[in-house]
Design a protein around this ligand. Structure first.
Ligand SMILES: N[C@@H](CCC(=O)N[C@@H](CS)C(=O)NCC(=O)O)C(=O)O
Length: 215
């Protein structure tokens, strides 16, 4: 399999794209990338819809031209193709634990942050949900998102008081989604990690210093 025959369609400011860029960087893989300018609506063009009919990034085009969307599916393809430095676990139990914790982070941390941002940002009026269908913002949801992000931070702190990393003592994809969530919540939702969350801060400093995090 030749990395040069793949294309990652991504956007620089997109947290979902960052989840894939970090994953690739952790494995030391360099894949050709094409930028989709979301602010200019390039995701809605027929040219991009031919790549990914969902009209979202990231998307990974394989040799032969077919495309895989959805971050966990792209990760899976990369992990199966380049198994060195596993990020999705290496034993049946370890793999299940990475899925369990990564999914928890995505559903309870990342998704509420995204929901809060999308229902609040001026620039996303009429686009409260990414994808091919338009939805109006529901400003009343923003407070609930904020409460959920707060509870996510509390629950993450409890987890990291018991474990060096999110899924186990080893670094995994669950740490990637957790760090991307915290950075996104801080920047785009004015919801930084609370100062008192010492275990999460210790974990954050270690994980954020990995070279892959600038990807
Ligand atoms: N569930 C999808 C989510 C992808 C997604 O929402 N991507 C955002 C960028 S982070 C997007 O493409 N937004 C385009 C838009 O808002 O129109 C995945 O896992 O890849």
């Amino acid at each position: 399999m030749n990395l040069n025959e793949l294309t990652l369609h991504h956007a620089q400011g997109s947290p979902n794209s960052r989840r894939v860029r970090i994953f690739l960087a952790e494995k030391g893989l360099i894949v050709p990338m094409v930028t989709v300018e979301l602010s200019r609506g390039e995701q809605h063009t027929s040219a991009y819809r031919a790549v990914n009919p969902r009209g979202v990034v990231p998307a990974l085009t394989l040799q032969g031209g077919s495309t895989i969307g959805e971050v966990p599916a792209i990760w899976r393809y990369i992990e199966e193709s380049w198994p060195e430095h596993p990020l999705l676990g290496s034993t049946p139990e370890g793999k299940a634990r990475v899925i369990m914790w990564e999914r928890w982070v995505e559903l309870e941390g990342f998704a509420p942050t995204m929901d809060g941002v999308r229902n609040q940002a001026q620039g996303l009026k009429g686009r409260a949900v990414a994808g091919p269908h338009d939805y109006e913002q529901v400003p009343a949801l923003v407070g609930r998102s904020r409460a959920r992000v707060g509870h996510f931070y509390d629950d993450l702190e409890a987890r990291l008081q018991q474990s060096l990393h999110v899924a186990s003592d080893a670094f995994s994809a669950a740490d990637i989604t957790a760090l991307v969530t915290i950075d996104f919540a801080s920047k785009a939702f004015s919801a930084p990690l609370p100062a008192a969350h010492a275990a999460t801060r210790r974990w954050y400093e270690t994980v954020a210093s990995r070279p892959s995090m600038s990807a």
